[in-house]
Design a protein around this ligand. Structure first.
Ligand SMILES: [Zn+2]
Length: 581
């Protein structure tokens, strides 16, 4: 019998701990790394020649929404194309357990606007033959998985389940209900959840940009401080797991409005005694004080021994959208109302003079803009480009910015954008500029000891965003092309640090005894492919994707899942209960 199942020969190991790289062979047995060293005389069932290649831990993506997509795509593309071997689902308080069968459609509707996951593919692939959280975990374990999956307990379905009301927005759970919620949280943590998650974007704030299907806030947006502290206490009592918490804190000038939010999030982490994964550190070239205020807060918090990690939107991608399904201006009541409903309803509202007038006043109000929290998706619409115009007689606008169209037609920018979209049956594709292009700012963020790279939001916003390219973008733009980070530091942020933050003990490093989750790649050849539209969802639905080049092999638990970008069909992924195998 061969000594190893697979032997990776001659590669340069970058192990994810930030230790210097070294040349070594890696022997894999039973899904784990059995030996690292000079193994040239060892026997193996299969030998992979890694000369000239980097052998590094597979990336761990702690912020995804693959809860639905995992039912039709066992690999959770696009992140798995870009070297990710473990994903965490159930982020931002969204997910599908506990849910009664009668509430299945309502639970799915929760994902349709804020995360922009189309409904029909979910309805076609999700049977809702589970109800409790432990039953959901057993369900996940039965799915074929091409990637490892860990699961957070999402607050929104948990509270809706106990209150028996998905519309209980603003009603605080009673003491008895809170006790029942905590009991079910305990049950979920016993079943192997790695913590709990929530989105809290207060509806009265200008940061409430991710709304429920009907434009109202989520249950999780309006729960009280006391309730969240009770959940933090419950996690602390178990002394295990983490909190994932989404709240917009950064203001443009780094000053206004955020102090209370920062203080409360720190209090949550302190109360639990557990790591808190905060979303998100956003880099916007025009407002560096915004991310700097977040970094200062992370420094001060961690200096006291309170573990708060900032998940950074490190990736450089534009947002591409049409007003047929766009929702990420939901923090503005005028845009929110006008982008609800069918195409015909949206068109009618986008033309209405009173709505237009309100939008223009809002746009023109500089005071409003200055006081607004900083969001990843800004209403700086003058800079948007009409990437594609559908109606043949309107293609003269293609490639022009909203500002240029406004000048050409002598119109206000809001009118310029909306007149074209409406005339084009809302099919005009708008592309935002990159907001994160300056290496020195990316370096400030990505060299903080407390920031994690990523926020793919994988499985969500799939018609707008391809943030799942983040590992490849980090390795090419930041490491290879701009030398913002060393390769060692980059891999630490891609895997070792992520595993530490989320309490995963058996992966994230290339070390003997740990899971053989690996990316084996040619750094010079690494490349992010162009944006493509593919119709590969159930029910004929489509999404935007970007592929990768340069990854020779991607390996999950010792088995190759992708070879030169081609899927092998292997499904060695595991449900990581408690973050481990
Ligand atoms: Zn999220």
């Amino acid at each position: 019998m061969a000594e190893f199942d697979t032997l990776i020969k001659g590669g340069i190991v970058v192990d994810g701990s930030r230790m210097p790289r070294y040349r070594a062979d890696v022997g894999i047995r039973n899904g784990a790394i059995a030996r690292i060293g000079n193994l040239k005389n060892a026997s193996a069932g299969k030998v992979l020649d890694a000369h000239g290649l980097i052998v590094a831990p597979g990336a761990i993506d702690l912020h995804t929404h693959y809860d639905a997509q995992i039912h039709w795509d066992p690999y959770c593309t696009i992140v798995s194309w870009h070297g990710v071997t473990s994903v965490t689902i159930g982020n931002c308080g969204f997910g599908f357990a506990p849910v009664r069968a009668a509430d299945a459609d309502r639970a799915m509707l929760c994902m349709t606007r804020n995360e922009a996951i189309p409904l029909a593919p979910m309805q076609q692939t999700m049977a809702f033959d589970w109800e409790t959280f432990p039953e959901w975990m057993d369900h996940l374990e039965r799915l074929p998985l091409g990637i490892n999956v860990s699961q957070l307990v999402p607050v929104t379905p948990l509270v809706a389940y106990v209150l028996r009301d998905w519309e209980a927005k603003g009603r605080q759970p009673s003491a008895r209900e809170t006790a029942e919620i905590v009991r079910l949280l305990d049950e979920a943590l016993d079943a192997g959840a790695i913590g709990w998650s929530s989105q809290r974007l207060p509806p009265e704030s200008l940061a409430s940009f991710q709304r429920d299907h009907d434009g109202t806030p989520f249950i999780s947006d309006v729960l009280s401080d006391e309730f969240y502290l009770a959940l933090a206490t419950a996690l602390g009592a178990r002394d295990r797991g983490c909190i994932q918490y989404t709240q917009v804190t950064a203001t443009r000038d780094g000053k206004r409005g955020a102090a209370d939010d920062f203080a409360f999030i720190r209090q949550l982490a302190e109360q639990s005694g557990r790591p808190l994964l905060f979303n998100a550190i956003t880099i916007n070239d025009e407002f560096p004080e915004s991310f700097r205020s977040q970094l200062r807060w992370l420094d001060e918090t961690n200096a006291r021994g309170i573990r708060v990690f900032g998940q950074a939107s490190s990736v450089r991608i534009p947002v591409t959208f049409t007003l047929e399904d766009w929702n990420l201006f939901d923090q503005s009541p005028f845009w929110r109302d006008a982008t609800l409903g069918t195409t015909a309803e949206r068109k009618a509202k986008l033309c209405r003079p009173d709505i237009r007038k309100a939008m223009k006043e809002e746009y023109d109000s500089r005071a409003f803009a200055q006081s607004r929290p900083l969001l990843p998706f800004e209403i700086e619409i003058a800079t948007y480009i009409a990437q594609h115009v559908d109606r043949p007689d309107l293609t003269k606008y293609e490639g022009l910015s909203v500002a240029q169209i406004a000048e050409l037609d002598g119109k206000h920018v809001v009118d310029a954008m909306l007149d074209l979209s409406v005339a084009d049956d809302l099919k005009t594709q708008w592309r935002t500029p990159l907001i994160n292009t300056r290496p020195e700012y990316a370096q400030e963020v990505m060299t903080s000891p407390y920031t994690l790279a990523g926020v793919s939001d994988g499985g969500a916003h799939m018609k707008f965003l391809t943030a799942g390219i983040w590992p490849t973008d980090l390795l090419t733009w930041m490491v290879r092309d701009n030398r913002i980070l060393t390769l060692e530091d980059a891999h630490h942020r891609l895997s070792g640090m992520q595993a530490w933050a989320a309490g995963m003990t058996d992966r994230g490093l290339v070390r003997e005894g740990l899971a053989a989750d690996l990316m084996i790649y040619d750094l010079d050849a690494l490349r992010v492919g162009p944006v493509e539209i593919v119709n590969d969802l159930p029910a004929g639905e489509w999404r935007r994707i970007q592929r990768a080049e340069g990854y020779r092999w991607i390996m999950v638990n010792g088995q190759v899942t992708f070879e030169d970008g081609k899927c092998t069909g292997a499904t060695p992924g595991r449900l990581l209960r408690f973050g481990s195998r």
